[in-house]
Design a protein around this ligand. Sequence first.
Ligand code: CP3
Length: 345
Amino acid sequence: MDLENDLLLRAARGEQIERYPVWLMRQAGRILPEYRAVRGELSGFKELVETPERAAEVTVQPVDLLGVDAAIIFSDILVVPEAMGLEYQMIEKKGPWFEKTIRSEEALKFAQTNFDVEDRLGYVTEAIRLTNKELNGRVPLIGFAGAPWTIFCYMTEGQGSKTFSESRKILYTNPTLAHELLNRITDVTIQYLKAQISAGVHLVQVFDSWAGILGKEQYAEFGLKYMEKIANAISEVPVTLFAKGAYNSMVDLSNLKCNTVGVDWNMRMDEIRGHVGESRTLQGNLDPCVLYGTHSEVEKETNNMLHSFRSRRHIVNLGHGVYPDVDPEKVKTFIKTVKSYEIQY
Ligand code: CP3
């Protein structure tokens, strides 16, 4: 189906655009009272993720209510470890929690690869098909997965952490196990992204949320290597790679076979552009905390960010996911400011 608004895809491919496209990481979620209402009718986050009709409904909400230029399928990166055999719970106000972890060869039985992703993750592909029906070509739909390194962190640590020291410990004590697990995650992730593409997503983003906790050499060995495998395997749709905190690896990341590189708010857009050149689109990078300011502060900071762009090749986003207690009206001001900005290149 032809898209009415394909700005995101043109920007990703470096084609002509009349203005910068804008969407927000975590736009489908708790900032919207309409999302909380749907979630309140169900037993919790996981039921919402696993019920395609409702997941489709909350995926479309930010398109209707905020006017973003793309939808992102409502799901979570943790559905992949679960499909591999490690079940998770999402604990209110605490985050994800896994009963079992993988810290030995023995435990690799909970990291399966030889299953059909449609069998175990069919609820996601069904949600994609339903979402596209509801969107009816208004905007592109983004699919996603966690990067192998970030999924490795959750499978080994078993929960969120400030340091992920259990995960990093394994890189020193048992690098063979680490590579075996990373390879397995990579295999499943490629199949999973391809299933999302077959179901109809127009672009895929790989989230490496914990890239920033590794040094440059270690990230090259345990992170980028597997990002590369994924990037090389996907040629059907544009690919976005987001490695949060990986300032030292931005050039190596941008040299992978991708269209777009995500930039977090710790980095200066003009600096990153200087390193990366014009062959990639950059996505980001407003500090999510700017949205706690007044409307005029949001407008000012958003314009400052837009002025720091040195190219047409941009997709506007925050530098990380939007925080749950942000006023949606501030998000609308951010979006309005981007939409009324005239590109100078
Ligand atoms: O961006 C979107 O709107 C699409 C949906 C989406 C969710 N999670 C929904 C969600 C996406 C793209 C993700 C990705 C994700 N999940 C990442 C990578 C991006 C990032 O933030 O770094 C990570 C690390 C996770 C794992 C995860 N999921 C954590 C650590 C948590 C708990 C923290 C939190 O924000 O509550 C989640 C829960 C989660 N995933 C929620 C949502 C809307 C909140 C659950 C709720 O409704 O209460």
